[in-house]
Design a protein around this ligand. Structure first.
Ligand SMILES: C=C(O[C@@H]1C=C(C(=O)O)C=C[C@H]1O)C(=O)O
Length: 411
């Protein structure tokens, strides 16, 4: 690990998470801002190369950075990677707690990012959000596709498939991402909240996902989850439900069990028996509830330091976002969905970030997210189908999942 120098104090004292994000976007440098689940501090990196490179996910080899993977990514070979040339950690008010810099201070990025300090920070959110309503046609088409999936499952082509749809919204002016980000952090304390600026694509992806894909912490503990089954976190009168009272149907229990079985199948493939399984239990994810089982492995105790990398390649895309068996479900998705998923239902998160004891990697499934291109936002949501699915109920589930982001942009 390279020795990291601190940013010069003049640069430091003038920065907040808002101004650094804004500076990166104005200068056209790739940037990622994130907050881990159940944490208050936020982290931000800037890649000074101006464009995002593509890497194979090898956690043992990659430098400190932030990975973003598309849904379709065989062997993780097409993962976008933002290098942490600059790194900051902020408290919840946006004040600097720590910073690191990998570049010489005469590097041109310093000038383009920090010369015109302080940047004017736009704190207001665009006043009006215009939601392009889902046409009856879109709902009808989705429900027809659910019907087609059910028929194929009845014929035994696959057991589960996750069908997704999009919802388009228009902002009167480009929204201030740090403001949306802060709102997501406040509203969803146990989510992984992130915003990623990808200048090559002219896109910003922002979201609050409940689903951990692969984590390896500084102590070498590997973690993943099996998450599936969805219901509103509120009862008919709008009161929050108690997780202990959440009623789950046979269909939802089976749907989540399929994801669990898939993960256990991956452990079996690589002959790892020493995993700890907890759950399934009901968890809150913003406006929703899901069923979740937690898996962990002490990679040092089993002497398997590459477990994170190996499991990542086996797991993605899990049956929480694709289906079972994977190949048949993926083929159904690619043939029947009317949009490209792009980075939705891929994975994203910090890689080899040094905090205290050593490098940590935390990759999450890119769900409950919005792609922002100029003033147009695209929301994505999917629903896990089994042969017991009801088309109208699955559509409603995708509406509820879109509400996780919508509630934030409208407030
Ligand atoms: C596919 C999504 O969510 C996934 C699918 C779920 C389900 O089918 O019940 C639940 C949680 C996620 O694993 C999404 O949010 O778009």
């Amino acid at each position: 690990m390279q020795f990291l120098t601190h940013l010069s104090s003049t640069v430091q004292t003038q920065q907040t998470s808002h101004s650094v994000w804004q500076a990166a976007v104005q200068a056209g440098y790739p940037a990622a801002l994130w907050r881990l689940p159940n944490r208050t501090d936020r982290e931000l990196i800037i890649d000074s190369s101006g464009s995002v490179s593509t890497v194979v996910m090898d956690l043992e080899e990659l430098p400190m950075g932030f990975a973003v993977s598309p849904f379709i990514n065989p062997e993780t070979e097409n993962t976008l990677f933002l290098k942490a040339d600059f790194y900051w950690r902020f408290d919840e008010n946006g004040n600097i707690l720590a910073s690191q810099n990998q570049l010489a201070t005469d590097h041109p990025a310093f000038d383009s990012l920090f010369k015109n300090n302080p940047k004017t920070v736009k704190n207001n959110l665009a006043p009006t959000v215009n939601i392009v309503q889902a046409t009856d046609n879109q709902q009808q088409q989705f429900e027809e596709t659910v019907g087609r999936a059910i028929r194929q499952m009845e014929r035994g082509k696959f057991r589960k498939v996750v069908l997704s749809r999009t919802k388009t919204i228009r902002f009167e002016e480009q929204p201030a991402i740090p403001t949306l980000f802060n709102r997501l952090c406040a509203a969803y304390p146990n989510a992984f909240v992130s915003a990623v600026y990808l200048p090559d694509r002219n896109q910003i992806w922002i979201g609050a996902t409940p689903e951990r894909l692969v984590s390896v912490d500084a102590g070498g503990i590997f973690r993943t989850v099996a998450l599936a089954g969805t219901q509103s976190a509120f009862d008919g009168e709008g009161r929050p439900k108690r997780t202990a009272d959440a009623p789950w149907t046979q269909k939802e229990i089976e749907e989540q069990a399929l994801v669990s079985r898939y993960i256990i199948g991956c452990f079996k493939k690589i002959r790892v028996r020493e995993y700890i399984e907890e759950g399934p239990k009901t968890v809150i994810a913003g406006n929703l509830m899901h069923l979740r089982s937690d898996y962990s492995v002490d990679t040092q105790a089993v002497n398997f330091p590459q477990l994170g990398t190996v499991m990542l390649r086996l797991l993605h895309p899990t049956s929480a976002v694709c289906g079972m068996p994977r190949e048949a479900a993926q083929e159904f998705i690619l043939t029947n969905e009317t949009h490209q998923r792009e980075l939705y239902s891929g994975f994203l998160g910090p890689v080899n970030i040094y905090r205290t004891e050593g490098p940590e990697t935390h990759l999450f499934v890119n769900l409950r997210c919005m792609k922002l291109e100029g003033q147009e936002g695209t929301l994505y949501a999917g629903a896990g189908l089994t042969e017991d699915s009801s088309p109208a109920k699955e559509w409603r589930e995708t509406e509820l999942k879109c509400d996780t982001m919508l509630a934030i942009v409208k407030s």
